[in-house]
Design a protein around this ligand. Sequence first.
Ligand SMILES: [Zn+2]
Length: 414
Amino acid sequence: MKILIKDVIIKRPIVSINNKQNKITGIASILIEDASILEVYEEGQNVDIECDKIINGNKRVHAFVDLMDMHVHFRTPGQEYKEDMVTGTKAAAKGGFTHVVCMANTKPVVDNADTLKMLNSIIAEQAIVNVYPVGGITKDLNGIQMADIDEMAKGKIIALSDDGFGLNNEEFLFKAYLKGAEYGLPILLHCQIGDMDAYDRNSEIKAIETSLRILKKVADARVHIQHVSTKESIDLVHEAQKNGFKVTMETCPHYITLTHADIEKYKGNAIMNPPLREQGDKEYSIEMLKQNVINVLVTDHAPHSTEEKTGDKIMNGIIGLESSIPVTLSVIDDNEKMVEILLNQMSKNPCCIVGVPYNVGNANITLIGLEDKYKLDINKFESKARNCPYDNWTVKGRVIATICKGKVVYEYKD
Ligand SMILES: [Zn+2]
């Protein structure tokens, strides 16, 4: 299968198999054969090639490789009424992501080799984008017994995490760092002190302090702090980075677009953990994202049913795969900056953290019309869930097509 992507804008040279060293930027065309990027052509070069499909960027659409959402919940196995591998990966494709990293809080939890094997077979049969499972650090993510990390490491996990729960047992944290270092796996930490209210910002700050203090004892461990929500958290991680520690951090579109005050308006669809914070935290997060101090942008895509997001007991989390790029661009409001975020925090950085090859000639390509302005309609989402606060938001930036392993897995139709 040959696909020609004609007249797109390239800002960072895209590696091709036939010319790995090409330095082509600006208007270009990309030839894909099967799962590889065969050739990149400069504007003016003859691209009269016989192909199975041609996608035209009309000199206005940008091309990116290996876009990754490093933090999603696909709810399979066990809670397929919320999302499954088919709808989850369709949502990823529509949102422009060719790689997603799935957290372990499924039912059963991915904390042993058998469940991992089951998940890997679901991925092999149903996923239309690249899906990488995370293994739990503790059994059932309960924080009181270590999971079988050795067995899972022999399977196919990309990282270790108890995401959703703060791991407050310092001995386990230390053990997890050692296992991470042994197997070359990053430790993804949801930082929250268990017996403190999540709405108390110190719950997150204190947990980050602890995780960094223990990192000093394990030089080879790599730690990634998930969804930092406060200004102090960002400063703590940044300071540790400047002191040479192998620690990175992520934020999500909701922390740069909404504040605590928005809960009144969006109700359950503005409830997540960590919770939305203050205006100052939001502005600081935007600035630190722009400066590439915050290393990764993820969605923490967390599908729930309507019943679970209304009523007395509201579950934490919102979906984000299909709104991430436009919502982020709308708040960044600067195409050049957004291109940098797409090139770094949404592809190169997360790929590097979890060890997925970035820009090596694999045909994982996303085409985005950064100038396209439109209204988000959550009823058109591929996700099963609708717990999204951005319905009817006027946004900028549209995914025109997503190609994964050489196959068109999403194409925008008017
Ligand atoms: Zn999560």
